[in-house]
Design a binder for this molecule. Structure first.
Ligand code: NDP
Length: 247
């Protein structure tokens, strides 16, 4: 596992946006960021799940979070510009964005991927991240040290049969991170990717329905890398892909 020992107050006074914060890895990341002192902006499409995370953060004594209900499937560039203005007006700074939400789509032969499958996966996994990041970068540049974290996958580093749209979308994520990191070499914004590795979530169960999930790491176990990349301990890291678990 990635070795990082977070200290209490590691993320104090930081504001961090997490997409797909209602479930799986995004939920755990939101809880952990708040535990270490961050004000978390919870973005997702299922409000009841976001409210449950909100309640858990408050019950644990964390800073009061904010909720942005948004379905990335239908969101337009204007939604992201409005969201960026709201964040800019309501928070002292935006110090981190975890692009975590994504869609697995259907696992099927390349030749059978239909227009809807392709467009849905590209909309959630690529277009939404692109337009959201474009809108948020000017706000992030006001932070002393801002961290953009994208989520890749082993199939985003080496293409794999039948993982079509999802695999290709993760290569695009990787490319987006590298372009942003290179362009922002001399700014306060850094960009990196996390490959979580097989983790016990709904998406993993959808991809591997027959496996014994009890053998997988839990979202909580892979959090050291997420905390490292959101904290100032990683302020000199940019343009890299980190693995939360041994490959
Ligand atoms: P889950 O499916 O468990 O959670 C995904 C989250 O994203 C959910 O909260 C979901 O919302 C949200 N989401 C999905 N579509 C949309 C949308 N259109 N608009 C807004 N929110 C949306 O996935 P994981 O936690 O497993 O995955 C997190 C990230 O890690 C993903 O990027 C995934 O590709 C990556 N990953 C995961 C691995 C694993 O083994 N788990 C391995 C490699 C990479 P809702 O709850 O409402 O459905």
């Amino acid at each position: 596992m990635f070795d990082f020992q977070p200290t209490s107050g590691l993320l104090t006074s930081k504001t961090i946006l997490v997409t797909g914060a209602g479930d799986g890895i995004g939920k755990e990341a939101a809880l952990q960021f708040a535990k270490y002192g961050a004000t978390v902006i919870l973005l997702g499409r299922t409000v009841s799940k976001l409210e449950a995370v909100y309640d858990e953060i408050v019950a644990n004594g964390g800073p009061e979070p904010a909720i942005i209900p948004l379905d990335l499937q239908g969101a337009t560039p204007q939604h992201y510009r409005d969201m960026a203005n709201t964040i800019d007006n309501q928070f002292a700074s935006l110090d981190g964005v975890l692009h975590n939400a994504s869609l697995l789509g259907h696992l099927e032969p390349f030749q059978q991927i239909n227009e809807d499958d392709w467009n849905n996966v590209m909309q959630v996994n690529v277009n939404s991240q692109f337009f959201m990041t474009q809108a948020l970068l000017p706000v992030m540049k006001k932070s002393k040290n801002a961290s953009l974290v994208f989520t890749t996958s082993s199939v985003g580093l080496k293409g794999r049969a039948y993982w079509g749209s999802y695999s290709i979308s993760k290569f695009a994520t990787q490319g987006m991170m590298e372009v942003i990191a290179d362009e922002n070499e001399n700014t306060s914004v850094r960009a990196n990717c996390i490959n979580p590795g097989g983790t016990r979530t709904n998406m993993r169960a959808q991809a591997y329905p027959a496996e014994d999930a009890s053998k997988l790491k839990t979202p909580e176990e892979i959090m050291p890398l997420y905390l490292y990349l959101m904290s100032d301990a990683s302020k000199h890291e940019s343009g890299k892909t980190f693995h939360a678990q041994p490959k």
